[in-house]
Write a protein of this length. Structure first.
Length: 72
């Protein structure tokens, strides 16, 4: 099982992008995402964006991660 934090695409350069969430940025590949756009939310596995998420779901997921971080 994989636990992933949704990342929002903030830069795209060909098949490489930068995703950001909760104050962290990661360079990722977007080869498997159809027409990635800045502002899209994606789930990343092993450095590859594997699925786009609707904004509402991504924000709910991020809220849950922030709640968990506050408890720890």
């Amino acid at each position: 099982m994989c636990l992933a934090v949704p990342l929002q695409l903030v830069e795209i350069n060909g098949n490489t992008a930068v995703g950001e969430a909760m104050g962290m940025k990661r360079t990722i590949r977007v080869d498997f995402i159809k027409e990635p756009k800045i502002g899209d939310y994606v789930i990343v596995h092993a450095g590859f964006a594997i699925e786009k998420l609707p904004e509402a779901q991504a924000k709910d997921d991020l809220s849950a991660w922030e709640e968990l971080a506050d408890v720890l």
